[in-house]
Design a protein around this ligand. Structure first.
Ligand SMILES: C[S@@+](CC[C@H](N)C(=O)[O-])C[C@H]1O[C@@H](n2cnc3c(N)ncnc32)[C@H](O)[C@@H]1O
Length: 193
């Protein structure tokens, strides 16, 4: 059976993330990806999680505590456009995951936005290790979503194919803007100016 975009993002993470990796959950929400990443990086790895909603950080902190993984997780109540500033200069990331849009069951006006999402992608991509993955689950059905989707697609389509492989995965016969997945794999190191 074909996997949904969000399930496939976990399949790719499972294939890529290794014990001891440093990874980022760029949109923590209710912590589903944070907990999944914790199971992959193990006790020697680390997850940096980011969300602009205090409630999301609090819910996820409690879940990590209950699961016994809080020591492996740093939760930051700040936008993911600042994520790169929390990384040591020599830190290479195994993976970064975004679930774009708003948190279901929460304030729908608090949503990821084109400019901050693009800033975050642009500053974190160079921090991936070779073979590392950036995953974006894109929801475009809400008000800001179309603009964000177009911005992100424009950006990833222009990435140098020698440096990054970019995959788009989604169902093209479903109604009402189903989410799709963008997976960016780093193929080699790129010089940044
Ligand atoms: C679709 S939800 C994430 C769902 C989450 N992955 C989970 O497992 O529950 C999107 C989240 O992005 C957060 N968000 C919005 N703008 C953000 C930003 N600039 N930086 C980080 N998180 C942001 C929202 O507060 C919301 O919790």
């Amino acid at each position: 059976m074909l996997e949904r975009a969000i399930t496939y993002s976990h399949t790719l993470l499972r294939q890529t993330v290794k014990t001891g990796d440093i990874v980022i959950d760029a949109t923590v929400g209710k912590g589903n990806d944070t907990l999944f990443l914790a199971s992959l990086v193990g006790q020697t790895g680390h997850i940096h999680g980011f969300d602009v909603q205090e409630e999301a950080i609090a819910i996820t902190k409690e879940k990590c505590l209950q699961a016994g993984v809080l020591e492996q997780v740093s939760l930051h109540h700040i936008g993911h456009e600042q994520a790169h500033t929390f990384l040591e200069p020599d830190c290479e990331l195994g993976a970064v995951i975004y679930n774009l849009g708003y948190l279901p069951g929460s304030d729908k006006r608090i949503t990821t936005m084109r400019e901050s999402t693009l800033t975050s992608i642009d500053t974190l991509l160079p921090r991936l290790r070779v073979g590392g993955l950036m995953l974006l689950v894109v929801y475009s059905g809400h008000m800001q979503g179309k603009d964000e989707k177009e911005g992100v697609l424009d950006y990833v389509m222009t990435l140098d194919q020698n440096a990054y492989s970019v995959l788009q995965y989604g169902f093209i016969n479903q109604k009402n803007n189903p989410p799709f997945l963008l997976a960016i794999e780093k193929r080699k190191h790129v010089q940044t100016s």
